[in-house]
Ligand binder design. Structure first.
Ligand code: SAM
Ligand code: FES
Length: 350
């Protein structure tokens, strides 16, 4: 199996059958071998820097009904909220003081935020913080809408593809949601000029190794600037309430594989990883990750943006999260960089 890791390292790819063999035969010794190579590749490209993104969860209204998600429209128990433009700008101002140079505006698919409202918010953030990058993550939109956000100043867009297998996609989403559309959005975003992030949940119901292999092949094809992966975690008021959460060790193994597959990619150690295991985010960095996304949302709304159960940091102030993460990152020999943290091939091009 080490030969497959060597091949992946050298050629930045494997055949589907080889990926499957590698994933199915993983063991602690193999993982250590993979992580050491992944860390070396990470250091070659980004040194010991870990980039921080200030996450602002600005609405939990959503018109979609993904079976796994706690803010799906059918969850009548979710207490809905929206942040005003002023509240969002306050979050950014506080984040800037704390050393954030990237803000991520994330939310459900909420019709209240029309193109006009969104572009107005985007322009205001970029006017106040011209040295910061702005990432948007509000789901599937038309080409023209993505273009309007980009022209207003958005730099990056996060849209996890969730799973690259069509049948699996159909088992995670109601039938009006289509993988084809989601992939088209990702290609549109790239064409417009965004730094694009896709990604998937590990251990979602009905997922098997073949699905994961398809995810990896899709990553190679799309060649995104960022990849967000994290464990699926059940939420008690969704159809998947009784399902089991994704596996820490499999998420880490996939982070290592992705670092070798796309050596310069920006790869977060996610909050979900820190939720299934207390040191999950540190382990994610040590497996080849190089981004963390602490929460900048106002404290009173955090518990309402509950995508899954037991989400960490919902009771903390932004400054507490920022300092907690700094301590965690430094403890493992890395440092938080106060920069936009662009993809290495795009640095300098703003
Ligand atoms: N609405 C936007 C979208 O669809 O891209 C952004 C918000 S959505 C809630 C952000 C991500 O949360 C999804 O892409 C999904 O992968 C993740 N997520 C939702 N429910 C989850 C769960 N139960 N466990 C782990 N991750 C989950
Ligand atoms: Fe909102 Fe899935 S429930 S995008």
């Amino acid at each position: 199996m080490k030969k497959l890791i060597d091949k992946l390292h050298k050629t930045r790819g494997l055949e589907p059958a080889e990926f499957k063999e590698l994933i199915n035969n993983r063991c602690p010794e193999l993982s250590e071998y993979l992580f050491a190579k992944a860390r070396a590749v990470q250091t070659e490209n980004y040194g010991q820097d870990v980039y921080i993104r200030g996450l602002i969860e600005f609405t939990n209204y959503c018109k979609n009904d993904c079976y796994y998600c706690g803010i799906r429209k059918s969850n009548v128990k979710a207490e809905r909220y929206r942040l005003t433009k002023e509240q969002i700008l306050q979050c950014c101002a506080m984040g800037y003081e704390l050393g954030f140079r990237t803000f991520v505006l994330q939310g459900g698919e909420d019709g209240h935020y029309t193109d006009e409202r969104m572009t107005d918010i985007i322009r205001a953030i970029k006017k106040n913080h011209p040295d910061c990058a702005l990432t948007i993550s509000i789901g599937e939109k038309s080409y023209d809408t993505y273009k309007a956000f980009f022209e207003a100043g958005a730099d990056r867009y996060l849209l996890r593809h969730e799973t690259a297998n069509e049948e699996h996609y159909g088992r995670l989403h109601p039938q009006q949601m289509l993988l084809k559309n989601r992939k088209q959005c990702l290609y549109d975003l790239k064409k417009i000029g965004y730094q694009v992030g896709c990604g998937f949940m590990v251990g979602s119901p009905f997922q098997n190794t073949d699905c994961l292999v398809e995810d990896l092949m899709f990553l190679k094809e799309l060649n995104p600037h960022m990849v967000g992966i994290g464990p699926f975690i059940p939420h008690h008021d969704t159809p998947f309430a009784g399902e089991k959460a994704g596996d820490l060790e499999l998420v880490l193994f996939l982070i290592g594989i992705i670092r070798l597959l796309l050596p310069t990619v920006l790869l977060p150690a996610t909050t979900a990883l820190g939720t299934i295991y207390p040191e999950g985010r540190e382990l994610g960095i040590l497996a080849g990750g190089n981004v963390v996304m602490p929460n900048l949302s106002p404290k009173d709304v955090r518990k309402k943006y509950l995508l899954y159960d037991n989400k960490i940091c919902t009771g903390d102030e932004a400054a507490e999260c920022r300092h907690c993460l700094q301590g965690r990152i430094e403890k493992i020999g890395y440092k938080i960089a106060v920069t936009r943290g662009d993809h290495i091939l795009l640095k300098g091009k703003t």
